[in-house]
Design a protein around this ligand. Structure first.
Ligand SMILES: [Zn+2]
Length: 218
């Protein structure tokens, strides 16, 4: 069903836990709106949202690039030492003919995480510059599609499991990139938890002066 004025939908929000529909109200900086049924946080108002988002995204990209430049771990078995880097994990799959698995691995642990952080940088930069509303809206829609497919955290856990299984069989040395990958995953998790796309969308509406739904229901 197509609505005549889809911006009216911005005046309402679904509870992420119990899916109850709520009407938004204006909050002051630092305040949170909670669901009246399950008390889950619906949305927050943070005047520094774009600054925090931009700082975290730039830091995340730096850690991600560092995580790709140096070995994650080195494994020594019977005197033979092998360095494992993040790109080598999916490149090895390609070299051995596992093209589909290699492609999936490359998308999930390299392409999508990098795309998400680069999209975040452009998004928060445009919000700070207060320009190109259409590009901001497109980036938010793109991020909503991409975020479920970023699996850097699962990759990190799988490395830890593999290392635990190798203890006793091989000598394992943690590389510098392992710590930068850990920092990247922590920033990714923090960014996902603290900055919701719905809050960024609301910020966009406020910045560009489009509060039709809210103003019409005051
Ligand atoms: Zn609820």
């Amino acid at each position: 069903m197509e609505m005549k004025n889809e911006d009216l939908l911005d005046a309402y929000i679904f509870c992420p836990k119990c899916h109850t529909l709520h009407q938004k109200c204006l909050l002051h900086d630092g305040q949170k709106a909670r669901c009246s049924f399950c008390k889950a946080t619906l949305y927050r108002v943070d005047s520094k949202l774009a600054d925090h988002g931009l700082a975290l995204s730039v830091t995340g990209v730096i850690f991600f690039l560092l995580a790709n430049m140096f070995p994650l771990v080195s494994v020594e078995i019977l005197g033979i030492e092998q360095f494992i880097t993040l790109p080598s994990t999916f490149l090895t799959l390609f070299e051995n003919g596992f093209y589909v698995v290699g492609l999936m691995c490359a998308l999930l642990i390299f392409v999508f995480p990098l795309m998400i952080f680069m999209a975040n940088i452009v998004l928060f930069l445009l919000l700070k510059l207060k320009r190109n509303e259409k590009i901001i809206a497109s980036l938010l829609i793109l991020l909503a599609h991409l975020k479920p497919w970023s699996m850097g955290d699962i990759f990190l856990i799988s490395i830890l499991i593999a290392l635990v299984k190798l203890i006793g069989f091989a000598e394992i040395h943690i590389g510098a990139s392992f710590l930068t990958l850990l920092c990247f995953v922590l920033i990714d998790l923090y960014l996902n938890k603290m900055i919701r796309l719905s809050e960024v969308w609301t910020l966009k509406q406020e910045i560009f002066g489009i509060k039709r739904g809210l103003d019409g229901h005051k």
